[in-house]
Design a protein around this ligand. Sequence first.
Ligand code: VG1
Ligand code: CO
Length: 542
Amino acid sequence: MIRTVATKPYPDQKPGTSGLRKKVPVFQQEHYAENFIQSIFDALEGFKGKTLVIGGDGRFYNREVIQKAIAMAAANGFGKVMVGQGGILSTPAASHVIRKYKTFGGIILSASHNPGGPHEDFGIKYNAGNGGPAPEKLTDAIFEKTKAIASFKIADIGPIDIDKIGTVEAGGMTVEIIDPVTDYAELMESLFDFDAIRANFKYGFRMRFDAMHAVTGPYAKEILERRLGAPNGTCRNFKPLPDFGGHHPDPNLVHAKHLYDEMMGPDAPDFGAASDGDGDRNLIIGKGIFVTPSDSVAMLAANAHLAPGYKQGLKGIARSMPTSGAADRVAEKLGVGIYETPTGWKFFGNLLDADMATICGEESAGTGSNHVREKDGLWAVLLWLNILAVRGESAKQVVTEHWATYGRNYYSRHDYEEVETERANALVDELRAKLGSLPGTSVRGMTIASADDFAYHDPVDGSVSKNQGIRVLFEGGSRVVFRLSGTGTSGATIRVYIERYEPDKSRHDLDTQVALADLIAAADDIADIKSRTGRNKPSVIT
Ligand code: VG1
Ligand code: CO
């Protein structure tokens, strides 16, 4: 039976950088999740009888919302849903399933790298038929629907057993529970030189993969240990837990510090990696060397031809605006296009669909390619493994040689988390107001060449996205960028991105924070961060 249930709008369902993210208790309000899911359906057209993919990162409240989404898909007229077993599908795996089975789209339940649990974060996002996050036009339309919603439709089908692989009929719709790993593992096998990687492991190459008790555990176990023969124990924290073991599943130098310490220690294995809550981010640390994500994109792009899936070369490279310019130098050398987009993977979709870019990356530990329409943590790890196996070199050798060839873009991001929203907004508003007066002035002995609020003109569909981050460029190419996070769930997070290019090989082994010290001080002078936030240092430095 299909029920139409009366409901009232919630005013706060505007999707952020990557879907709607809120604390679990917010999602547990009456009809909160239903409202958002119905608004997604209301913003879509032409899905009657078609297939919807549903999966999530396994966090607290995942199972409940999966049941709601299945029952609502049936009531709204989908012909079929494909659901990851146990409600699990990593973000890149969901993107692949949508593409492989040519489904109408998918609903991904995740708050990514944010913590999980009864008082932590939850999220819902919609991915379109190309496998990519809904573009801005669609997320805007969804938001409009949430503001006017009066009812939602749900089928009384009772809970579906999502742990049992197979197909059942429910509410006039087919429900297929699929293995979340197999399709994805096959895709990886088709892109990379598994023989070379396997041989490397066989001859003693050692790595550590930390799944942080998040979604990549089962994927990494299957691919690294079973298919590639890495020794048992290579994968750590591989059991997905609803609260990620009480940790932040954020693979950065703060939340994965144990891995960093191990990789810098005397018994370090050859290679260390980790992924986030929903499996789309990657942390790469070679023995004795951390690879900053902006560098990783550039290095993967420069060496991608060593993997079978990319041996024809790249069509182009795309990076988000705050990501360092390291990839630009690679694109220039390869003679391919380079595109600078706003933060968030949804902006890469058009470039990938139009075959203008093959590899994309963000400074926030997101790297991916045209194989899916999401960033992909394990993909980045496997491409690194492929490159190291074929080159027969260590990560450190690859990195230092890259810097010697292209120069080094010293890069760091400073985050001020949970700042009072009004204070953060005021800081950005004032910065915006003085942009015009900055060029020509000098800060800490450096002259500002230009300053603007980044606007993106999508070269494929002509759409324009404004206010995507404030850039201050100095003479000589250094820059600082300021923007507010669009993924947080409490207060505001101010992100400051700092970059300086160093061509001189003899100056490539400085400590990053030391190399950037003048710019870091200049950023504070320009935006007055410390006094305005009352913080004397950032909460997270990556
Ligand atoms: C952050 C990152 C951005 C990334 C987004 C989603 O957004 O900066 O690069 O695409 O998270 O990643 P923001 O608006 O907080 O800066 V994930 O792994 O959370 O889906
Ligand atoms: Co993520």
